[in-house]
Design a protein around this ligand. Structure first.
Ligand code: AMP
Ligand code: MG
Length: 360
């Protein structure tokens, strides 16, 4: 007999029951196959909008254009909702209300604002204050679109209002309180990653199993493309001179987030100096140790805030911290040298047009 279990002691052969699983499995596979044929083949759908002062692109994989469109629109609505909570300038955003009541009394805010502030505090702590959302009063002195830099005495006067430890967050009775009148929080360094996280959750709730949300350089990927391959992400060349060298490197991303902070995003050049939007909370001036920092982490909110904080720390301390946190990262320093965490050294593909040195 070919089939059956051999009892070693009795040497009696016990016949196996006839196998019913194969036909059942075949039927199931056939149903699944027919089902997928009826749904149509999986395709990639993509839509972009201007939100959070930047371009937001949502890409999803779906069998149906209608479902894809519905899911993408829900994700955009979620980002719009967050944009309204975190807007520094609008009068009734959570951020504005917290700032207006600095030194007066705690303000009731949404759970999203509490989440972001708690994460911001965590990142401030881990970066030794290099990431600090209370840099808002200093940032408000710069006008990047009109190329205006503050006078040194204005910066001096505002430095005492920068201290992440003076942000009090109360979960029990939702309230946020800034200790001193004159303090301002600016969540620009963390909310784009948070918005990408929330948008991905919305897409998943709408049944999307694979997609990509890019809030400018804050990107979160999940699932695989219809061809079974991971999403390929391009990292911007911080000193691109034309369209051909806009992307310096690519890497595959699956169920992870990547955020890039760069001195090329919002800047002006004055008397040969580049004034850009990432400042040292300790000095009030733009930091000139890096051109760009990319961080890969499980959550967009952390990738985003750490990318900004590591930019302030500079390449050496930055790479050490990225590795200590268990993230991956790539830093282009002020001389154009590339610093990469060891785990992704082999996974990054640099474009031929990219002339940075020390790759690896
Ligand atoms: P990102 O593009 O994520 O690096 O964010 C840059 C934005 O973060 C700026 O436009 C500011 O709103 C804010 N920001 C600048 N410097 C800091 C800092 N040291 N800590 C926290 N936020 C900052
Ligand atoms: Mg950031």
């Amino acid at each position: 007999m070919k089939y059956g279990i051999q009892n070693p002691k009795s040497k009696i052969r016990i016949p196996s029951p006839p196998k019913k699983t194969a036909p059942a499995l075949f039927c199931l596979l056939l149903i699944a196959f027919l089902g997928s044929c009826m749904q149509g083949e999986e395709k990639i759908y993509k839509k972009s909008k201007i939100m959070m002062d930047t371009v937001v692109t949502i890409t999803v994989v779906s069998h149906s254009e209608n479902r894809a469109e519905h899911a993408i629109n829900s994700a955009f609505s979620e980002i719009r909702r967050l944009e309204e909570l975190f807007d520094f300038y609008s009068l009734d955003s959570d951020v504005s209300r917290i700032n207006k009541h600095a030194g007066l009394y705690p303000v009731t805010v949404s759970h999203d604002t509490l989440n972001v502030l708690e994460r911001a505090y965590f990142v401030s702590d881990k970066t030794g204050g290099a990431f600090d959302v209370t840099s808002g009063s200093l940032l408000a002195l710069y006008d990047f679109s009109r190329g205006i830099k503050p006078q040194p005495y204005s910066i001096e006067k505002r430095l005492p209002f920068v201290n992440y430890k003076a942000v009090h967050i109360d979960r029990k009775d939702p309230g946020v309180f800034l200790e001193k009148a004159g303090m301002l929080i600016d969540l620009g360094g963390i909310v784009k990653g948070y918005a990408a996280d929330r948008a991905v959750e919305t897409l998943k709730k709408d049944g999307i199993r694979s997609g990509l949300v890019a809030v400018a350089g804050d990107i979160r990927a999940f699932g695989l493309k219809p061809n079974g391959k991971p999403w390929k992400i391009g990292i911007k060349n911080p000193r691109a001179e034309g369209k051909d060298d806009d992307i310096m490197a690519t890497l595959d991303l699956r169920d992870l987030a990547i955020s890039t902070s760069g001195d090329y995003e919002r800047f002006f050049i004055l008397e040969g100096e580049r004034y850009h939007h990432i400042i040292s909370p300790a000095t009030g001036y733009p930091v000139r140790t890096c051109r760009s920092v990319s961080i890969i982490a499980g959550e967009g909110v952390l990738a985003d805030a750490f990318a900004t904080g590591v930019f302030v720390l500079g390449p050496e301390k930055g790479i050490n911290l990225i590795e200590k946190m268990g993230f991956s990262g790539l830093i282009i320093d002020q001389e154009g040298a590339v610093h990469v965490t060891s785990d992704i050294r082999e996974k990054i593909e640099f474009e031929k047009t990219f002339t940075g040195h020390n790759k690896g």
